[in-house]
Write a protein that binds this ligand. Sequence first.
Ligand code: SF4
Length: 345
Amino acid sequence: MSNFSRGLLKWQRVNGRHGLPWQLNPSPYRVWISEIMLQQTQVKTVIPYYRQFMKQFPNLKRLAKADLDEVLHLWSGLGYYARARNLHKAAIQIMEVHKGRFPTDIEEVIQLPGIGRSTAGAILSLSKGQRHPILDGNVKRVLTRHRGINGWPGDKKVEDILWQLADELTPNQRVAEYTQAIMDLGATVCTRSRPACQDCPVMNDCFAYKHRQQTMLPSKRIRKTIPVKQAIFTIIKNHRGEILLKRRPPTGIWGGLWSLPECPMDEDIKKWIEQHFASKVTSVKEGPIMRHTFSHFHLDIQPVQVNISAKSIGIKDSGEIYWYKPEDKLSKGIATPVARLLQDL
Ligand code: SF4
């Protein structure tokens, strides 16, 4: 075992994170759900979502049988909704292809929707003690700093070097503890800004510490400024004060979630609503623009309040359309900016 791994294991015993909900009875199913929730999301945010999810979907069978809407609703607020859609899809696939048992062969796990090599490695090492390296964002940060690896870790060449290193450092024994240790070190000590090097078990031979390059590593991606897109969200209100929600198409941003109808930028809003919803518009009022930022672009949302007359008969509740009463609790999966707009009403 390398000094690096030995140091991490010793540190983990005393300083690592213990007693997290998914560490109790760490079955592949429970670890899988936690690993997906923890992607791009901090532990303290995930804990209440995880508990609620486990309450509602305590096992794979229950998740596979659930309605996608039920899953998306539980996910509301966590963001990156493709994760929830993939969880649901993967659960159905496991029921069909693996007779309801979570696969324990890494190649089969990687075949499941939404699971990459690192997540598959984490699931099988944490739940089954199988020896697999992991390479999530935290681990990339620790390794690039500790070994002084330059270049953006998202580059294939740099990533290959990191995978090889991660593999070399993964011990043959106590793999689950080691996996937890390297995740914990990245999350709590070797943090993105101001790493706590004095508390680090591998400080003595750390390149970044020795050369004071903690802020330079990992190297940043050289990228241009992200583009700004625009959208018009119509808040269509009927004479009973109900708001019209429409389900978004299954692919694309907020796929499958409920949203406010989006009017194309080049259309006349009044005409567009009258045409598409067979409703008579009585008033149109623009609200302040709201910016929502995705990883690849900003979306400037122009909310427009539209009242329609009592005689409007064109729109009825269906699988794609829903009249939401603002005084009721919303039990559907909904995108965060849409929830904010509804709250502001
Ligand atoms: S010494 Fe500092 S920079 Fe190096 S691995 Fe530890 S926390 Fe990260």
